[in-house]
Design a protein around this ligand. Structure first.
Ligand code: ATP
Ligand code: MG
Length: 448
């Protein structure tokens, strides 16, 4: 991609309305543009990152045995009357009326709709378990939208729903999502900690919020330091097998958000040097709610004994658009974003120090072609901006590998390669730069 053709409206000043670094950088780097309170247009750079996150989330859902579909954003009020939630949901729901005066709504979540879809097509326990998910825009009329995409009103969520014949099977589905979530966040470069969450009137222990530690997080959290050192299960994890011990390894350690925090238990279970009290961002939430919706909406299947039973259900959300905020909070410095390769909007930036010079233009396009033929994603700064401006912009948008090509170096057959991660620079031949980058990108994209 040529920068001169791209749309990258970077800002020089930090917008006053943005109080946290991720929001500031998303605006400054031209990733989003606000269109209303908690409503954002995704500009090309931001959209590229959003799609990458979405794809990682999708791959790990698929690996765990979930099946993707797509439900609409607009739903009928009547469906929500079946579960009793139409009135209960309150002001967070955006209610709409169509031209026939039918009551509609912009979906804040999809339990009712997926239950309707399930009951229409599944009759027997033999068709279970089912794990269905979609990645779709949600609208919640949040009382206090803030921190940019972190707490938006319109936001992108991955929501999965599980249907099982009994509680044991439902726990297996829950465990699949538990492990899939650890893997998903780890692939994005984030350390997530599952923390027990409130189950309300449903009861039981099957509700966890996945928290990424960040000083700007909205949640206050408490946990055992050992959880921070635990790696996510690797690619060889068998989702068809018993995942209980992998889940238990984590849930034995104390981890709770302020709502669930028990000071006495914390101090008793965790030795003082291992007590972590910090702030965090909720990037995911998994929850088993039994037969709450299946009973209310008559989503029943024939059991092995010929009797009808209401399906045991759970729902599992990931804040896909919120994750961009969480990622920037985790990966940035004074100069801007520092994207991990797995989600970087571009892998490589080529900076042409003398656009219009035949030799430099030629060397840049050569490099660009060679890298793109290896599936490396390149943003080529072919503009006439000043060198300083080019360097600053490349750092601001956080491109992990940056190659600078100028007339002087070129005469000696060298270009400069800079690593955004630590700012280190090396001079090498264009061929060596391509080989170095090729390997690094392959390594960065490798799924462990
Ligand atoms: P919160 O406590 O942050 O309001 P929630 O409990 O309402 O979250 P869920 O209904 O469990 O969230 O939604 C699943 C995920 O969707 C959350 O874990 C979060 O990552 C994301 N999410 C929820 N609300 C928003 C929002 N307003 N903006 C962006 N992402 C959100
Ligand atoms: Mg909420």
């Amino acid at each position: 991609m040529r920068l001169s053709r791209f749309y990258l409206p970077v800002l020089k000043e930090t917008p006053a309305e943005a109080t946290i670094i991720s929001h500031q950088l998303m605006l400054r780097a031209g990733m989003i543009r606000q269109q209303g309170a908690g409503i954002y247009a995704w500009l090309p750079l931001g959209f590229r990152v959003l799609k990458k996150i979405e794809q990682v989330v999708r791959e790990e859902q698929d690996r765990a045995g979930a099946v993707e579909l797509l439900m609409p954003t607009i739903q009928q009020a009547d469906l929500w009357r079946e579960s009793g939630r139409y009135d209960a949901y309150g002001k967070e729901m955006l209610r709409i009326t169509d031209r026939h005066d039918r009551e509609m709504l912009f979906g804040p979540t999809n339990e009712e709709m997926i239950t309707e879809i399930f009951r229409a097509g599944v009759r027997s326990y033999k068709d279970l378990p089912k794990l269905l998910y979609h990645i779709q825009w949600k609208f919640r009329d949040e009382i206090r939208p803030r921190f940019g995409v972190m707490r938006g009103r319109e936001f992108l969520m991955k929501d999965t729903y599980s249907f099982d014949i009994d509680k044991d099977e439902a726990r297996r589905s829950y465990n699949r999502m538990f492990i899939a979530y650890l893997r998903t966040f780890a692939r994005l470069g984030l350390k997530s900690i599952p923390m027990r969450a409130d189950t309300g009137p449903i009861g039981g222990d099957l509700s966890h919020e996945f928290i990424v530690l960040a000083d700007t997080g909205e949640s206050e959290v408490f946990c055992d330091r050992d959880l921070l050192d635990m790696p996510a299960p690797d690619i060889n994890v068998d989702f068809e097998g018993d995942l209980q011990s992998l889940v238990d390894q984590r849930t034995v350690h104390y981890a709770a958000t302020d709502e669930m925090h028990d000071v006495e238990e914390f101090e008793q279970k965790v030795s003082s040097e291992k007590r972590v009290s910090a702030r965090g961002i909720e990037v995911g939430h998994i929850f088993n709610f039994g037969t709450k919706y299946s009973k209310a909406m008559n989503a029943v299947v024939m059991g092995p004994d010929g009797k009808e039973v209401a399906a045991e259900m759970g729902s599992y959300g990931i804040g896909v658009s919120r994750l961009i905020g969480a990622l920037i909070e985790a990966f940035h410095d004074e100069q801007g974003c520092k994207w991990p390769v797995a989600v970087a909007p571009f892998h490589v930036g080529i900076i042409n120090l003398k656009a219009g010079d035949e030799a430099v233009d030629g060397a840049c396009t050569d490099l660009w072609r060679q890298l793109e033929s290896q599936n490396v994603e390149v943003i080529y700064d072919d503009t006439r901006s000043r060198a300083g401006e080019k360097f600053a912009r490349m750092d601001l948008i956080g491109v992990p590998y940056q190659i600078t090509v100028g007339p002087r170096g070129l005469k000696e057959g060298i270009v400069e390669l800079k690593l955004r991660i630590d700012g280190s620079k090396q001079e090498l031949s264009p061929e060596a730069a391509v080989n170095f980058i090729k390997e690094k990108i392959a390594e960065g994209l490798k799924v462990h």
